[in-house]
Design a protein around this ligand. Structure first.
Ligand SMILES: [Fe+2]
Ligand SMILES: [Fe+2]
Length: 249
């Protein structure tokens, strides 16, 4: 069942509570009362089409309306993607790390297993942080400048040439699959950690890793299949504008 604008926002959460962090990324918080999706979006000045597409791709991984999603502004996607990054780095990863610390401090696991779990997670955290920092510091600022430069009819040839020095192709080529390693982490817990008195907490950790993996999967698809093609089109428009301007000189 797809989420539509006439549903009550409360019904959306009853239908799929995994959407809660997604709603937070749109600055929508609990306490919807009887308000519909459309009313809540209007109250938050959100683009309802964009909201519905993002929520539905998350709700149903087989639903991914590439064409429609590519019709939105890159800056709109980036705002959502940045909030997703913040959710991973400021909330989800520290929460999982904290639970792992609790398990390793309680002492029922062998030292070698504690070390395996902690080292693996720390190296994953480092890998994810590096991946996100690169996007936040290099790729997203480029996309925003490209959009602004193109949106400004008064942009000069120099400004257009300057922005054209980078290409999204660079990102496309080395944008790795950051959730792959989580599969190995899940297997360490599922296959190799002996049942301990912390079994319930290990289940919580495992559950959180499954959720993170699903979230990262959706995030990566938005970057690869939606953001990159939008930027490629903007780069085409940039080249066309530069050619036109140089022909007029
Ligand atoms: Fe990202
Ligand atoms: Fe990424």
């Amino acid at each position: 069942m797809r989420i539509n604008k006439d549903m009550k926002m409360a019904e959306v959460i009853h239908l799929n509570h995994h959407l809660l962090p997604v709603l937070n990324r749109f600055d929508i918080h609990l306490g919807f009362g009887e308000r519909s999706v459309e009313t809540v979006c209007r109250d938050h000045a959100l683009n309802i089409d964009f909201f519905l597409e993002i929520v539905n791709t998350f709700h149903d991984p087989s639903y991914f309306p590439v064409r429609h999603l590519q019709s939105f502004k890159a800056s709109m996607l980036i705002d959502y993607l940045q909030k997703t990054h913040a959710y991973y780095l400021d909330f989800k990863i520290p929460e999982i790390r904290q639970n792992i610390r609790q398990i390793t401090q309680e002492g029922s696991l062998q030292n070698s297993h504690k070390k395996l779990l902690e080292d693996f997670f720390d190296s994953y955290q480092h890998e994810l942080t590096t991946h996100i920092n690169k996007e936040e510091q290099r790729v997203y600022p480029y996309v925003i400048s490209l959009e602004n430069t193109l949106d400004n009819p008064a942009s000069t040839v120099k400004e257009l040439q300057e922005i054209g020095r980078y290409s999204i192709l660079e990102y496309e080529e080395d944008h790795d699959d950051v959730e792959a390693k989580l599969f190995d982490l899940k297997n360490i817990i599922i296959k190799y950690l002996p049942t301990s008195k912390n079994n319930k907490l290990l289940n919580v950790i495992l559950h959180d890793i499954f959720e993170l993996e699903r979230d990262l999967n959706n995030h990566g698809h938005i970057e690869d299949l939606i953001l990159v093609p939008i930027v490629e089109n903007m780069e085409k428009a940039l080249r066309a504008r530069l050619n036109k301007l140089s022909a007029n000189v």
